[in-house]
Every structure is written in C-alpha cells, then in structure tokens.
Design a protein around this ligand. Sequence first.
Ligand code: DGL
Length: 281
Amino acid sequence: MKQTLPSTPGPIGVFDSGYGGLTILSKIREALPQYDYIYLGDNARAPYGTRSFEIVYEFTLQAVTKLFEMGCHLVILACNTASAKALRSIQINDLPHLDPMRRVLGVIRPTVERIGDITKNRHVGVLATAGTIKSGSYPLEIHKLFPDIRVSGEACPMWVYLVENNEAQGDGTDYFIRKYINSLLAKDRQVDTVILGCTHYPLLLPKIRRYMPEGITTVTQGELVAESLKDYLRRHPEMDKKCTKGGRCVYRTTEAEEKFTESASTFLNEAIKVERISLEY
Ligand code: DGL
C-alpha cells in the first residue's frame, strides 16, 4: 500500500535497536552540528543480534517507515545487525514503493572502505553480534574492496546485554571482554586491526583497550560513518536540501521514557527529552 509521507524537508533519522546508535549519533552531530536529527531506539525489543533475519528485517522496516512518517528523507541505520540483515532488502524491495526518493544508509560500508588504509599486514578481525557475524557481511564487503585481506570474526553475544543493562563498567564485564577477544585472536594470531562491528561496543572501549594486546588497532565506527555521511550530503545536494538545519535533536524510544533517559544520560553529555512511541502496526 502506498504511504502518504510528508514531503517538506525534515530531520535526519538515526536508528538503532537500543542505545548503541548514540555512539554514532554523537560523532555525526560533532561533524554535522547544523542538521536536525531524530534518534530512534527500539529498546523494548533490543537486542537484535540474536534474532532471525526475518524479524530484524521486519523490525527495521517498521522503524524506517516510522522515521519517514516523522518527516525524515534520509535514515541512517546506526546498527550493524540491521545494516547486515535488513538494509539491502529495504533498499531494493521497500524503498521503491515507500518512496523512491528517500534513502536509507548503513554503517558497514563506510567502515570497511577505510580498513585497507588501517591494516598494515592485511589480517583483520571483527567483533560483532551473532547476527552480523553469521550474515558474513563484513568479509563480503571487505573482499569486494580488498580481496587480499584475511578476515576473522567472533560473535560477542553478551556484550550488548551488558551495555543495555548498564553494566559497561561492571566488574563481571571483564570476563566477557577477555573471552571474546581471546577467541578472536585464537582464530588468527596475526590480526593487527580489530573492527568493533557493533555500535554498542564503543561503550565498552575502556575495558576492550585494557585486554586488547598492544600493537592491535581497535577501530570504532562513529567517525568513519560521520565522515561518510558528510561526504554523501556534499555529493547529493538534492538530499541535503531535504534535511532541515536547526541544530536540534529529538529522541524516541519504544521503551519506558524514564529508562531511556536514565541510561542515555550515561552515554551522552547532555540532558535529553525522550518520547515513547510504538513501532507495531
Ligand atoms: N548496536 C547494534 C549493532 O550495531 C545491535 C545490537 C543488538 O541489538 O544486538 O549491531
């Protein structure tokens, strides 16, 4: 069914299953402070990482449709799991009938584009959710650009739970940080670059840095995605015109408002106002 979507310019939509996308949003806002943003976290249904392809696709499509209805012409999936499992289907199957002029972009491509410059010995590791690792999206996208890079991946199923439950600094978290780093390095002892392929993981960075052996570069995605978006808007003035510029940012969550405000304030350095919405139709 054809939707009636607002045609006037609107904010840029930034979507994640939960809080992780805030790590991307803050870097995007640093690089592009003049734009307006709507951040949407599907916290009530997070994590997505262990969910099936069909469910991640269905939930992500609901979120994208909602952001379009809220006036966004451009939506960033600030979630690797959604980028791996839903982005292509939405771009190919859904955008043509939702609105062929709107755009949805992911976080995997902007990350892998830069990897060739970062690794010196062409041995790269990826730490991500089970869904992202199983999808094979990282090796696939890296090999399209750099066929000579050896890619090893390790799923870290506990990490998103630890972040979503405010345990990023907790003592018990150290065990799970060491465990997944060690399993990844056991797959390839020569890894010199590790991609944190989940937007929640930068929130665990102090502990990840503590257990990552010296000499290995840990790559986070925020700056890479922000730079890529800046470049995209420069190359697409027709889309730039559809993005309002008032420097505002509003937050929406599918969870209780108090829960989001309390947790988000530990990740953001500003007081925020959030509204609860439903994504189910
Ligand atoms: N932050 C997301 C990602 O980048 C999803 C984590 C989850 O919901 O499991 O993959």
